[in-house]
Design a binder for this molecule. Structure first.
Ligand SMILES: [Zn+2]
Ligand SMILES: [Zn+2]
Ligand SMILES: [Zn+2]
Length: 495
């Protein structure tokens, strides 16, 4: 039985208006504003009738030159990765100290290993695990490849052979009583807790904390400041997302930021119209304002999640309809929990299944990995590079800690994010640019580097798949993105 969302029919007109494709002029205006806000004049975004949006060079780029640093619209750290890496919830840079990173991780791993910790993978029915966990810990590019392995690797697990540290060491690392040699060389900003007191979100600075609070966290914070019913509903929503798919957390951020933008725009509107005109104080949905608040998502969404999600290999085409229905039901389950938590009467259309499906579909189709390299790795490499006698002296202390951390001591911050400009870049199997994090790129921004020289006016392309794979394999992977590649390489290799 197909589940029915009552808001879908109640707000049909508003939903249709929000989902209607933006005009070429609106597209041009939006990206022009976005680029000028970021003081970026080296690229432009153009809408082409046949091929949709594309990113073009507005200046010449040399080989290996930085083309773009793209600030995410929304992003989340994978829930399993939160044990391994302590990062700013807004910019995703590492925070605290080398000692805190290590101590916290050992402590949380220990906690996870000793109790039953919601890491039970036994219930991995086909629809319940579509986490986009990435296994790349090299911090390198492959960040545009779709990760569908989805077996939700458990980070509590594979650590059986770990060495235990003497009692109290983990505690002293966490509370700062124990300092590791040379750790000062790897200083990080101190952690700033969420002002709402949720104890879940931490930041690298008060400016990051404020920015996140204003842009979306104030609606989805589970701190004491919000009332109990709301907090409980939010916790249920988060638990469901952690157990099924953290793409829902991304969607919740997108919805709450749209709601907050709506109220900000409305307030500005009221101020402009004068305080005496009470007719605008109504709490009915103002569709013009809502459309404006919705614009960043209007630029990216295409299809509903259950329509665009790639059919997993273990599902036969005869089960496709049932599979897509299950995905739809899963989304509805999540949406109902979110609606209980943060429903806003004026922004009612945002809580329709139709809109929720499109938001998640946008993330699914532009599923970009968020990767930030770990300073803990740099630290141990630094120690390893020391010479006698400093090295021996330092290793006396660091060796047992490294043994306790085990092989994956250098796990990087991993998550999923939506990058508004990178997502406009078209694919080519012979791309002229690629996503690549350089040594200095230590936050959640996406970095695009030129693979060869690019002339002004040329389209900037990246590869969504491994361009070295054979033709058939590439086309099959690209079909998941909903297109057939006709780049020069494909035209040449087409049988
Ligand atoms: Zn930050
Ligand atoms: Zn909070
Ligand atoms: Zn191609």
């Amino acid at each position: 039985m197909e589940s029915i969302c009552p808001i879908d029919s109640r707000c049909a007109n508003e939903i249709a208006a929000l989902l209607s494709p933006p005009s070429p002029l609106q597209v041009q205006e939006y990206y022009h504003k976005l680029l000028s806000r970021r003081n970026c004049s080296s690229i432009i975004v153009k809408q082409d009738g046949n091929f949709g949006k594309g990113v073009y060079a507005a200046v010449d780029f040399n080989e290996e030159e930085l083309v773009l640093k793209d600030q995410m619209l929304v992003g989340v750290q994978h829930s399993s990765n939160k044990i391994d890496c302590f990062v700013c919830s807004s910019c995703f840079c590492f925070i605290g100290s080398v000692e805190l990173q290590i101590g916290r991780r050992l402590y949380l791993q220990e906690l996870g290993a000793s109790g039953s910790h919601g890491c039970d993978m036994s219930d991995s029915s086909n629809t319940s695990k579509y986490n986009h966990d990435t296994d790349s810990s090299d911090g390198e590019d492959n960040s545009y490849e779709k990760k569908e392995d989805g077996d939700g690797e458990c980070s509590f697990g594979g650590s059986e052979a770990k060495v235990h540290l003497p009692e109290g060491v983990v505690q002293s690392l966490m509370n700062g009583h124990m300092r590791l040699p040379y750790s000062k060389e790897f200083s990080m900003p101190p952690a700033v807790p969420c002002p709402g007191g949720c104890g879940e979100s931490f930041y690298c600075s008060t400016s990051c904390a404020e920015a996140d609070w204003e842009s979306c966290h104030s609606l989805i914070c589970t701190g004491e400041w919000s009332d109990t019913a709301r907090r409980e509903a939010l916790l249920k929503f988060i638990k469901h997302a952690n157990e099924t798919n953290d793409i829902f957390l991304l969607a919740a951020k997108a919805i709450s930021s749209t709601i907050l933008r709506y109220h900000k725009l409305k307030e500005r509107c009221l101020l402009e119209k004068g305080k005496h005109d009470k007719s605008h104080l109504s709490n009915h949905c103002d569709l013009t304002i809502l459309s404006e608040a919705w614009r960043p998502i209007a630029m990216g969404h295409k299809r509903r999640w259950w329509d665009c999600i790639a059919l997993p290999d273990d599902i036969s085409s005869s089960d496709e309809v049932a599979f897509r229905m299950q995905i739809r039901d899963l989304a509805f389950e999540s949406l109902q929990l979110l609606t209980t938590a943060i429903f806003d009467r004026e922004c009612e259309p945002l809580f329709s299944l139709e809109i929720y499906g499109h938001i998640i579909g946008m993330f699914e189709q532009n599923n970009l990995d968020l990767v930030v390299a770990s300073p803990v790795e740099d630290y141990f490499l630094y120690i390893d590079d020391l010479t006698y006698p400093e090295k021996e002296k330092a290793e006396e202390i660091t060796r047992p800690i490294l043994d306790a951390l085990g092989e994956d001591y250098s796990i990087c911050c991993q998550g999923t994010a939506f990058f508004p400009l990178q997502s406009c870049m078209n694919h080519s199997c012979c791309p002229n640019a690629k996503a690549f994090k350089r040594e200095e790129d230590r936050d959640g921004q996406a970095t695009i580097i030129a693979l060869r020289s690019i002339r002004k006016g040329e389209e900037i392309t990246i590869s969504y798949v491994d361009e070295d794979h054979p033709y058939e394999e590439r086309q099959a992977s690209l079909a998941d993105y909903g297109f057939k590649c006709r780049c020069p390489k494909c035209v040449e290799e087409q049988p």
